[in-house]
Write a protein that binds this ligand. Structure first.
Ligand code: MF3
Ligand code: CO
Length: 248
């Protein structure tokens, strides 16, 4: 069931999004060569505390950290650990917070130091997928208009599109209906209407579409070991246009 949000509720969700964005933005200055993903997680926990927000992922379905740190061929749900980031890595930083009962969700992928031009291109195209998707996330369109533009843009660059995980509604809970896939499948294709709040999140692989989940039941990797990128914003569909509520 899709739960639409009132203007007042969207205002509250936006407050949650702003705090999340402050945390994510602050990560840009500390995520560099030599830091461990565990230290990144600790930083996020401290920042959330300082801002009075609760990390939404911590304990969610048993997830053991405040942030997902997905390095290189890890697509999503990378659990922070003792591994130090090194030059040439890419890392997706995916986080959500709860503030006064309202949930936000956002992610971005950054390089650690200089990376190969092909890697830069993967990041650029995945970010473009998100921007194009947001452009389609307007009242009157349907979910599949978002899905189609992501899929087509990624495929036009020869990339793999992850099918096993989707964007989603967000706001009252970390995950709500509708699902927002990054490909056009046989699933529901609801019309987009004012009051919808969505987390749109293309997950794009340099190689094939295929991914697998590791033994830890969280870490999602590309099957061919190729690099993967992930960008996500929480957006609100309003009568007079669509507002992007997160930033990084
Ligand atoms: N942004 C991700 C998602 O929407 C993060 C969820 S991770 C979890 O699926 F730990 F909370 F499950
Ligand atoms: Co999400």
């Amino acid at each position: 069931m899709i739960r639409l949000k009132t203007r007042e509720e969207i205002k509250r969700i936006k407050e949650s999004c702003v705090l999340l964005s402050e945390v994510l933005f602050a990560l840009r200055s500390i995520v560099q060569e030599g830091i461990t993903t565990k230290e990144i997680d600790l930083f996020v926990r401290k920042e959330c505390k300082r801002l009075g927000a609760t990390p939404a992922f911590l304990g969610y379905q048993g997830y053991p950290a405040a942030i997902c740190t997905s390095v290189n061929d890890v697509v999503i749900h990378g659990i922070p650990n003792k591994r130090k980031l090194k030059k040439g890595d890419i890392i997706s930083l995916d986080c959500g917070v709860e503030y006064h009962g309202f949930y936000s969700d956002a992610a971005f992928t950054i390089p650690i130091g200089p990376v190969e031009p092909e890697t830069e291109r993967l990041l650029k195209v995945t970010k473009e997928c998100l921007d194009l998707a947001i452009g389609k996330a307007i009242a009157g369109n349907r979910v599949h208009d978002i899905s189609r533009v992501v899929y087509q843009h990624a495929k036009s660059h020869g990339y793999g599109v992850v099918r096993e995980f989707c964007g989603h509604g967000v706001g009252f809970h970390p995950h709500e209906d509708p699902q927002v896939p990054n490909y056009v499948g046989k699933g529901p294709n609801p019309r987009l209407v004012p009051g919808m709040v969505l987390a749109i999140e293309p997950m794009i692989n340099a190689g094939t579409d295929d991914v697998f989940v590791e033994e830890d039941n969280w870490t999602v990797r590309t099957s061919d070991g190729s690099l993967s990128a992930h960008f996500e914003h929480t957006i609100a569909i309003l009568e007079d246009g669509t507002e992007v509520l997160t930033y990084w």
